[in-house]
Design a protein. Structure first.
Lengths: 288, 189
């Protein structure tokens, strides 16, 4: 039991703390313009995710053979793609986003596509997952920028990832659950930092990392474990709770109330996701 | 009279050797079992089994170079006497049965230790990873079944490191060493 607790501390708490400190340093730095801070923050978030993954899974498999083996590579790829989104515009941005979404969908589905599923079903899945990842990342980035503060968007993503981890854990994969929980904690730390050091905008990098990483985790959970699809779906849409209501003013006097209300909306949706989980699979608490 | 009797016995023995051939056997799953054992928190062992498997082997008691074994296990049939734990064992943390529905063993060399014991080297594949392993095989016996068919029974053991096959969840709380015991009754074809 001691080794499991130790693994939890090193694999979950340590990367979350590390991300908090490093992201704080970057956000406070006066040497970097704000648009240049986000690639660094993205690298820190992805790096801490990869660290967490390697501790909890017991290493990084190369070349990747299974869908979950791709998770660290997806995180790093998302930083690269997100940075390209940040510094490009127009059609090129859409192409980069589409390639990132397609590559992520492919990594999750590849083993099923090669001979396990009929070709038509495989193509349908690939297209559907690609479009969902593409549309979600675009929506969070654009609508989030227009309607919410960076802290509100990050809060929605942190809550979804954190509770998504609990759902994955209870839905049959303790390993994926811990990885997802660690990811949620890293985002929670960033949420706290942006509350006290509010940036003007969030940019595309963090939303893209969030969408591709959480999308892969939830897909893996629902396709290969017992995480019910309704739970995955509700966790997926939960962060959109921060878009409800009129556009937020970052420095308005009702900032805290708005943040609390929007956070509660997200929590209600996540609550429904967990209710669905308990109704459908009756979690067992991982009795190994 | 001594010389002809000895000659006769020698001829009989030679006839026996030359007529002996490798026989094909098919595993009878109803009278066979594939079980596993893994240490749990250093306190005890968890036991489980795979309910669905198939296989066949070639056996020549006089020439082990002709012998070969092939076994395929349906990973989704894992049964550890706990439905909740079985769900976890089938999931991506352990056997990942949806992505890797089968595990298999295919022999590469069989060495006869004595009349009852053999060492069967081969490739074991689990979660898409193939590693060489050596099974210690004991021949239990042979005899006619209820329909007159010839049956041969063996028991084999091998200890695998699950981490070699990327099954690393909860190490070392759940031990890395997993002992497989394959007890089969096979029917001569």
């Amino acid at each position: 039991m001691g080794s499991l607790i130790g693994q939890g501390i090193v694999g979950i708490a340590l990367p979350a703390l590390l991300a908090l400190v490093l992201n704080g340093l970057v956000l406070r730095s006066s040497a970097l313009t704000e648009s240049r801070k986000w690639p660094f923050i993205g690298l820190i978030v992805a790096g801490c995710f990869v660290f967490s993954y390697s501790v909890i899974v017991g290493g990084i498999a190369f070349p990747p053979r299974e869908a979950t083996h791709w998770l660290p590579f997806i995180a790093v790829g998302a930083v690269v793609s997100g940075s390209m989104l940040q510094f490009t515009s127009g059609v090129i941005r859409s192409i980069v986003r589409l390639i990132a979404a397609l590559a992520t969908a492919w990594t999750v589905l590849q083993l099923q596509i090669f001979g396990r599923w009929p070709l038509l079903i495989s193509v349908e899945w690939l297209v559907a997952v690609t479009l969902i990842l593409f549309a979600t990342s675009r929506l969070i980035e654009r609508e989030g920028a227009a309607r919410s503060t960076p802290t509100e968007i990050l809060l929605g993503m942190a809550l979804a990832a954190g509770f998504g981890g609990i759902a994955l854990f209870l839905g049959g994969s303790a390993v994926l659950g811990q990885i997802c929980g660690a990811f949620g904690l890293v985002l929670a730390g960033l949420t706290v930092l942006t509350f006290f050091l509010p940036p003007a905008h969030l940019g595309p990098i963090i939303p893209l990392i969030y969408v591709l990483v959480l999308g892969s985790l939830l897909l893996n959970g629902s396709l290969f474990s017992d995480l019910p699809w309704p739970t995955s779906g509700l966790v997926w849409i939960a962060p959109f709770g921060v878009l409800i209501g009129p556009p937020a003013m970052p420095f308005g006097k009702n900032r805290n109330v708005r943040l609390l209300v929007r956070g509660l909306i997200v929590l209600v949706v996540i609550g429904l996701a967990l209710v669905a989980l308990f109704l459908i699979v009756q979690p067992n608490g991982n009795e190994y | 009279m001594t010389v002809p009797r000895t000659l006769f016995a020698t001829l009989l023995a030679l006839a026996g050797i030359t007529s002996a051939k490798a026989d094909n056997y098919k595993i009878d799953p109803v009278h066979s079992a594939i079980m596993f054992k893994a240490g749990h928190f250093g306190a005890g062992n968890i036991y489980g089994r795979f309910d669905t498997f198939s296989g066949d082997f070639v056996f020549d008691p006089n020439d082990s170079t002709k012998d070969s074994v092939k076994v395929e296990i349906t990973t989704d049939s894992v049964d550890s006497n706990s439905a909740a734990r079985d769900k976890d064992l089938k999931g991506p943390d352990f056997l990942n049965t949806k992505q890797f529905p089968t595990a298999s063993f295919k022999s590469t060399a069989v060495k006869k230790v004595d009349d009852k014991n053999y060492e069967v080297a081969g490739d074991f594949t689990l979660r898409g990873i193939t590693k060489p392993v050596t099974l210690a095989v004991q021949v239990i016996g042979t005899g006619p079944g209820p329909k007159g068919e010839i049956r041969l029974g063996t028991e084999s053991t091998v200890t695998l490191k699950r981490s070699d096959f990327d099954v690393k969840a909860f190490l070392p709380a759940i031990a890395d060493d997993v002992q497989l015991r394959i007890a089969v009754e096979a029917i001569k074809q």
